[in-house]
Design a protein around this ligand. Structure first.
Ligand code: C2E
Ligand code: CA
Ligand code: CA
Ligand code: CA
Length: 281
């Protein structure tokens, strides 16, 4: 028994040590990685369920090291949120999105909107709105093609200040989407007070509702979609993985679907080949 206990403690220490080692490693390389363009913008399509066509894309960051190793955001976003680096990274991702849209327009391809994730620290950065305006100005793109995905948690703090910010961004032309709705302490208060353009129902919602016999989750999803509709907020269901789930979200009347059923996030080059080539004028 003693032997067993000791090995368990060793294991715990080792994994904690490994985590710290990884964090130190990532932290030591992040600035260099940003400068040498190791962060890549992957795109995942958002399908318009009414027209059955491409309705936009979400930008998701991938860290591709020069040895080809791909690091997924779950491994570094929480760390960057802690150490403040998210602000620079999110800004960089908005720039990638603007650049891509400019490239489409220059090639005579009808552009689609791109949604970028905004961490909490990014959203509260004092220079945030100006920085966004400088980018759409620099690339000469209509701000309505940029959607900012914010997290519900933001609304837990200062809802008045958040609303001011949202309204200011919308006046400039940006779209605001509430990400991961239903994953945390979602409240109807958020819907009542925040004048967002879009609601993204968390994939956990769909997983629950997809379980056989889970009638209550299905009813709740349906009512959220209807409620959003009445408030002129468009709805996206994320995490659509199967034909059955796609039929279900269609039956709810929601506007967009996103998930592996349509496509995984792909490199922007791959995205162009798959979706943008036939949008040439
Ligand atoms: P998110 O914003 O909720 O993004 C959706 C996540 O679900 C993505 O994971 C996407 O690859 C994954 N996904 C898409 N379709 C499906 C599906 O059908 N099934 C399942 N199980 N998953 C699906 P990813 O790319 O690993 O990103 C994880 C999270 O990291 C994102 O969650 C977002 O919170 C954060 N993130 C990603 N890129 C950025 C960024 O540029 N800035 C910031 N601040 N956060 C980012
Ligand atoms: Ca998102
Ligand atoms: Ca989400
Ligand atoms: Ca998420």
């Amino acid at each position: 028994a003693k032997e067993k206990r000791r090995s368990r403690i060793c294991f715990y220490d080792a994994s904690l040590h490994e985590t710290m080692k990884l964090e130190n490693y990532l932290e030591g390389r992040m600035q260099y990685a940003l400068e040498t363009r190791e962060f890549h913008m992957f795109l995942q399509p958002k399908i318009n369920l009414k027209t059955n066509s491409l309705g936009g894309a979400e930008a998701l960051v991938r860290w591709v090291e020069d040895n080809g190793v791909v690091i997924c955001p779950d491994q570094f976003i929480p760390l960057f949120e802690k150490n403040g680096f998210c602000v620079q990274l999110d800004q960089y991702m908005v720039e990638c999105a603007c650049q891509k849209i400019r490239e489409w327009i220059d090639k005579g391809i009808e552009p689609i909107g791109i949604a970028v994730n905004q961490s909490k620290s990014t959203f509260y950065e004092s220079d945030h709105i100006d920085a966004l305006c400088r980018l759409v100005e620099k690339y000469q793109i209509p701000p309505k093609l940029i959607t900012l995905e914010i997290l519900e948690g933001l609304a837990m703090e200062n809802i008045k200040e958040l609303n001011r910010k949202i309204e200011q961004l919308q006046k400039t032309g940006f779209q605001i989407s509430m990400d991961d709705f239903g994953s945390g302490y979602s409240s109807l208060n958020t819907l009542a007070k925040l004048k967002i353009n879009e609601l993204k129902l968390d994939k956990g919602f769909l997983r629950e509702a997809s379980l056989e016999g889970n009638q209550r989750s299905k009813i709740i999803m349906k009512q959220i979609v209807q409620l959003a509709d009445c408030l002129s907020i468009s709805t996206v269901v994320e995490g659509v993985e199967t034909k059955k789930e796609e039929s279900f979200i269609r039956s709810l009347g929601c506007n967009y679907g996103q998930g592996y059923y349509y496509s995984r996030p792909v490199s922007s080059k791959e995205f162009d080949i798959r979706y943008m080539e036939d949008r040439r004028g």
